[in-house]
Design a protein around this ligand. Structure first.
Ligand SMILES: C[S@@+](CC[C@H](N)C(=O)[O-])C[C@H]1O[C@@H](n2cnc3c(N)ncnc32)[C@H](O)[C@@H]1O
Length: 234
């Protein structure tokens, strides 16, 4: 862990380096994410974030110029990678956790991102800030399905945004922490469909990713959620 550049004694930065092993070019991206030394959720990078960021890196050509919103961003590794790949990024976390919103801003500063918007968006709340968002092309959520009681709130926010732009998609990584983990009934209720993206298809089936051992032995999964085709008019 690189402690250089820490702004206060209880902040330390982690560096992630994404490389183009697929096409074997010399393309690479290095981002630095400040973490607060605090056990609360949203104060440090979770294994799911590294996997989602790797997916974004492999989709970088598609992301350029797209409007991307990250939900429950915490320290915002995926959102920062999307912004560094040329997307117009909005980072969000709960209105009730101002420290997480501060983390979003700190991560932008650490990576020289001056035009990223940071917003308080609480899942399940159709707030003025949510309603006033521009059309979003890609919604990101890393490890937002961890408290079963919040699953429907996450999907309410996602379904609202997908209805505003029926061609948009929700790219999300999650960890199944219990055997009865399921969002199937909720997807059906909100008329959403879901496709699992195998980790090997984007070179993320490794315990060591982007120079970080965070993914380790965690069983992280990736899926893309969209409106059911009849609603999306596809
Ligand atoms: C497990 S952490 C994941 C953080 C980050 N996405 C990552 O993967 O490194 C969950 C995040 O969701 C945020 N969160 C929790 N409840 C929320 C809610 N009701 N509305 C919006 N964000 C919420 C937390 O503040 C935290 O940043």
């Amino acid at each position: 862990m690189d402690l250089g550049g820490a702004q206060t004694p209880d902040i330390a930065s982690k560096v992630f380096t994404f490389e183009d092993t697929e096409r074997n070019t010399r393309d690479s991206l290095c981002v630095s994410i400040p973490e607060a030394l605090d056990p609360q959720y949203g104060m440090y990078v979770w294994p799911c974030a590294v996997v989602l960021a790797q997916y974004l890196w492999t989709q970088r050509d598609e992301l350029r110029g797209k409007t991307v919103l990250e939900l429950g961003a915490g320290v915002s590794l995926p959102g920062v990678v999307a912004a560094r790949c040329g997307a117009k990024v909005i980072l969000s976390d709960s209105t009730k956790t101002p420290l997480c919103l501060e983390n979003c801003r700190r991560s932008c500063e650490a990576n020289g991102l001056n035009d990223v918007v940071v917003l308080g968006l609480t899942w399940g709340e159709i707030s003025p800030d949510l309603v006033l968002l521009p059309k979003v092309d890609v919604i990101l959520g890393s490890d937002v399905f961890y408290e079963p009681q919040d699953f429907e709130d996450v999907l309410v926010t996602v379904a609202f945004l997908l209805r505003k732009n029926p061609r948009a998609q929700f790219w999300t990584t999650y960890q199944e922490r219990s055997a009865d983990w399921s969002i199937e009934v909720l997807l059906h209720r909100w008329n959403l469909s879901c496709v699992e993206i195998p980790l090997e298809t984007f070179n993320a089936n490794k315990s060591d990713l982007a120079g970080s051992t965070l993914p380790g032995r965690h069983s992280v999964q990736m899926m893309i959620i969209s409106l059911k085709t009849e609603d999306a008019g596809l």
